[in-house]
Design a protein around this ligand. Structure first.
Ligand code: ADP
Ligand code: MG
Length: 311
C-alpha cells in the first residue's frame, strides 16, 4: 500500500491511449485522462465516441494499440495482476452464463479473482443489489433488470478500489435507475470507492458526477468539474408573453429576440455582459407590456452540444 500511495493519488491515469481495431477503425486517438481517487467520474459522449473501448481497455478485455494505463498506481503492462485486482467493471452487455444462479455466479467470479472462501461476501453483495430472494434462481429466469444488478454484484466480489459502470442505466426503467444511483452513491460515500460511469444521458452525469470528461470521436474534448462545465456557458434566455401582439421584435446590442411558435418572445443574452434588468428596461423603452415572464438557463446539454457540434 505504501508504495502505491507514494506513486500517485490518481485512481486512474491514462496517457496517450490509442486503439485501432482490426479493420482500421481508430476508436481512441491518443487520450490523456486522470481520475482522482474517491470521485464519481463521468465519461460522457455520444454513441460510438469510444467510451466502451476505453472502459474495456481498463478492464483488460480489449488490448490497447499504444499508450500507458495506470490503475491505482499499478502500470497495466508492468503489474497486470495488481492493476486488474484494483478495478471492477460492470460491462454494457448482459453477458451472463444462463446456468448459474446469482450466488453461483458471484462465487465463480470470486474464484476467478482469487478471493479466499473466508473473505467472500456473496450474501452481503446479494443484499446490496437486491437479489437476496433470487439467490438460487437460474440466471435465465431473471429479468433484464435483475441481470444488470447481478452484473453489478459480480463487479464487486473482489472489493475493488475502482468501480466502473458502462452505461449502467441505458434502457432500464426508472425504478432500477434509482436503485443503481443509490447503490453507486452508497459505495462511493460509505466505502470511498472511486466510481467511473459512462453514459450518454446528460442528466445522469449532471446528477451523479463530481467531474466529467466529454469524449467525441475518440478524443477528450472537455474535462472539468461538473460545476465548471455548467458555468462555461453563461447563455441565458428570458421568455416573455407580451400583453399585445408585437409588430416588431425588440432590438438592442447583446440581446437577440426570437418569436416562438407559441406566441412568446425569447430574448437571449450573455449574463456576464447583460443583466435581466437591461432586458426588462429595453422592453419598457420599446413600449412592450408583459403579461408573463420566465427565464431559461443553459444546462449540460448546451455545453455538450457546443463541444461536440464542431466535428
Ligand atoms: P461507445 O461506447 O462510446 O458507444 P465504442 O467504444 O463502443 O463507443 O466504439 C467506438 C468506435 O469503435 C465505434 O466506431 C465502433 O463502431 C468501433 N468499434 C467498437 N468495437 C469494435 C470492434 N470490436 N471492432 C471494430 N470496431 C469497433
Ligand atoms: Mg459503449
Amino acid at each position: 500500500m505504501g508504495q502505491e500511495t507514494a506513486m500517485t493519488q490518481d485512481a486512474i491515469r491514462i496517457e496517450g491511449l490509442r486503439k485501432v481495431y482490426a479493420g482500421g477503425k481508430e476508436a481512441l486517438k491518443g487520450v490523456d485522462l486522470t481520475v482522482p481517487r474517491g470521485s464519481v467520474f463521468g465519461l460522457l459522449g455520444p454513441n460510438g465516441a469510444g467510451k466502451s473501448t476505453l472502459i474495456n481497455i481498463l478492464a483488460g478485455l480489449v488490448t490497447k494499440t499504444s499508450g500507458k494505463v495506470t490503475i491505482w498506481g499499478w502500470d497495466q503492462d508492468v503489474n497486470p495482476r495488481q492493476s486488474r485486482a484494483a478495478i471492477g467493471v460492470m460491462p454494457q452487455e448482459l453477458n451472463l452464463d444462463p446456468f448459474f444462479t446469482p450466488r453461483g455466479a458471484l462465487e465463480v467470479q470470486a474464484g476467478l479473482y482469487g478471493v479466499p472462501k473466508a473473505q467472500r461476501r456473496s450474501d452481503e453483495i446479494l443484499e446490496l443489489v437486491g437479489l437476496t430472494d433470487k439467490a438460487e434462481a437460474y440466471a435465465r429466469t431473471l429479468s433484464g433488470g435483475m441481470r444488470r444488478r447481478l452484473l453489478l454484484g459480480k463487479a464487486l466480489v473482489h472489493a475493488p478500489n475502482v468501480l466502473v459502470l458502462d452505461e449502467p442505466t441505458a434502457g432500464v426503467d426508472i425504478e432500477l435507475r434509482q436503485m443503481l444511483w443509490t447503490n453507486v452513491r452508497k459505495l462511493n460515500k460509505e466505502r470511498g470507492m472511486t466510481i467511473i460511469l459512462t453514459t450518454h444521458y446528460l442528466e445522469e452525469a449532471e446528477e451523479m458526477c463530481d467531474e466529467i470528461a466529454i469524449i467525441n470521436h475518440g478524443e477528450v474534448v472537455a474535462r472539468d468539474s461538473t460545476q465548471n462545465l455548467l458555468g462555461q456557458l453563461d447563455a441565458k434566455t428570458m421568455v416573455i408573453q407580451p400583453e399585445d401582439g408585437l409588430d416588431a421584435l425588440p432590438k438592442a446590442e447583446g440581446i437577440t429576440a426570437e418569436r416562438r411558435p407559441d406566441g412568446t418572445i425569447a430574448l437571449s443574452y450573455r449574463a456576464h455582459q447583460t443583466s435581466a434588468e437591461d432586458v426588462l428596461s429595453l422592453l419598457r423603452d420599446q413600449g412592450v407590456r408583459i403579461r408573463d415572464v420566465r427565464t431559461e438557463q443553459a444546462d449540460l446539454e448546451d455545453v455538450f452540444l457546443s463541444l461536440t457540434r464542431k466535428n
